[in-house]
Structure formats: structure tokens, C-alpha cells
Design a protein around this ligand. Structure first.
Ligand code: F6R
Length: 263
């Protein structure tokens, strides 16, 4: 794992956006795995800015989102379908045919999960999977206890996640209990992982993911096994890492040929 510690959440977004820009410049038909939530908002705004300035052409990318609520109308302002249209797909002018999100309104959820997994395999592998992290160490909605070998499936949200996601709904009780999420194994098959975390609230999860034991109790810890994972965090989210000084030194003294993909 490469751990990059920067001062602010804006710098986290800036570095992550430069990585995605660089990837799409080199591979215009890149397949990107995308996340929702607060963490990637500034990054998405930055990608939209690149598009406005014609610095990069996103028109040929294909995207797969990590997750969606079950039983929530896609028009609902808290649905991830709505979130992505508002915050990325619309402003980038992407066609719905190139942007995949699990259908939480499907009559047969198990069949929907299987079809989503198949679609990823057909089009994939994902060139890059963007991730946030939950306070208890989830990636996607693979809550603590998720099988590290899991595939896209229905999951039940924990109380913590429902509290964290309540702002769009009014109260935690109004947050749907069930979601469709890519599995841990599905995520692990991406060629590259870019995980962003900001703020003190994520510090424990980040430390457990990077330096803790590999455990289904902290699903993000499985990324220790992924050959190309970058974790970009601000000072606050890095505050509980014990080898901070080392990570900073590795990044600061990186040989130039290794930094090439942020250029
Ligand atoms: C979102 C997702 C989640 C979030 C995580 C952090 O699609 O899969 O794992 O990345 O819950 O959420 P924020 O960024 O809102 O703190």
C-alpha cells in the first residue's frame, strides 16, 4: 500500500483527480469504479473543471458505481443514481449507457446482483476503483463481518452507517436498511485502487486498514493484499497511523519515474 499524507481535504481531492486525469489521458476508454458520499465531491468537481477546460476527454469512459440503496426511487435526491447524475455524469455529459449503477428497485435483487457482477466482468477489469472508507472500515457497503471473498450482493447497513448517511433522509430510521454493493472480491479485482479519506472521524478506520491485522471485521484491511493500492489521506485522517513519518519520507523521496502517473 502506498500511503500519501497531505495537509487538507482539497489536496486529497487534487491528487486523486490528477491520477484519474492521467489515467484517462493514457487510456480514453478507461473503466472506472466510482464511489458516492462526501469524500469524492471535491474530486468530482475537479474532474468537471478539467472537462470544462477541455484538459481531458471523458466521453469514452465507462463507469461502475459501488452501491445503491434497495427500494429507493432513482429520482429520490438521496439515491446514488441521483447523486452521480448531479455531481458527475450530467456535468460531464456522459450517456446513461456508459454509466452503470446497481438497480435497487429491481424485482429480483439477487438476479440484479448477479447481472451487475457479470457486466463488470464483461466490460472489465476495472482500471481503477475509487473508494472512500466508513468509520468502521467498510469499503463499498461491505460492512464489518463481510466475507473477504464476497461478490455483488444485498447487504444490511449497520446502525453507524445509517447514522452517517442520515443527512439526506432526515433521520437514521429513514435510511434504507438494505443496499446492493459490489463485493470485497469484486473490488479487489480492480487493477488499481485509489482510496481517499479525510477528517478525524476516519482516523481509526484508516489506521486499522493500513496497519491493523487483516480481518473481515475491518473489510478495508483486505487492501493490504492488493498489489496497487494508494491511500490518500489528510493530516486528520492520518493522525492515528504509527508510521506516518516513514510514509511521508517514502512519498517525498519517491524516484521521479514512480511519480509519473500523477503528472
Ligand atoms: C459510497 C460508499 C461508501 C463511502 C463511505 C464513506 O459509495 O461505498 O463506502 O465511501 O461510507 O462515505 P463518506 O465519503 O460520505 O464519508
Amino acid at each position: 500500500m502506498e500511503v500519501i499524507i497531505v495537509k487538507s481535504s482539497d489536496e486529497v481531492a487534487d491528487l486523486a483527480s490528477r491520477r484519474i486525469k492521467n489515467l484517462v489521458e493514457k487510456k480514453p476508454k478507461a473503466i472506472l469504479g466510482l464511489a458516492t458520499g462526501n469524500t469524492p465531491l471535491t474530486l468530482y468537481a475537479q474532474l468537471i473543471e478539467y472537462h470544462r477546460q477541455s484538459l481531458v476527454n471523458f466521453s469514452q469512459i465507462t463507469t461502475f458505481n459501488l452501491d445503491e440503496y434497495v427500494g429507493l426511487d432513482p429520482q429520490h435526491r438521496a439515491s446514488y443514481c441521483h447523486f452521480m447524475k448531479e455531481n458527475l455524469f450530467g456535468p460531464l455529459g456522459l450517456d446513461p449507457g456508459q454509466c452503470f449503477i446497481p438497480n435497487g428497485m429491481a424485482n429480483d435483487i439477487a438476479a440484479e446482483c448477479e447481472a451487475y457482477e457479470k457486466k463488470i466482468h464483461q466490460k472489465g477489469p476495472l482500471d481503477l476503483q475509487l473508494l472512500g472508507i466508513g468509520r468502521e472500515g467498510h469499503i463499498g457497503f461491505n460492512e464489518p463481518g463481510s466475507s473477504l471473498g464476497s461478490r455483488t450482493r444485498l447487504k444490511t447497513l449497520t446502525e453507524t452507517t445509517r447514522q452517517d448517511n442520515a443527512s439526506q433522509f432526515g433521520s437514521p430510521q429513514d435510511v434504507p436498511l438494505h443496499v446492493i454493493t459490489m463485493g470485497v472480491q469484486t473490488i479487489m479485482e480492480a487493477s488499481e485502487i485509489l482510496l481517499m479519506a479525510t477528517g478525524l472521524g476516519k482516523a481509526q478506520a484508516v489506521a486499522s486498514m493500513v496497519e491493523g491485522p487483516l480481518s473481515a471485521s475491518v473489510p478495508a484491511s483486505v487492501l493490504q493484499f492488493h498489489p496497487k493500492t494508494r491511500v490518500i489521506v489528510d493530516d486528520e485522517a492520518a493522525s492515528k497511523l504509527s508510521r506516518k513519518a516513514y510514509y511521508r519520507e517514502v512519498y517525498a523521496k519517491k524516484p521521479p519515474w514512480q511519480s509519473a502517473d500523477f503528472v
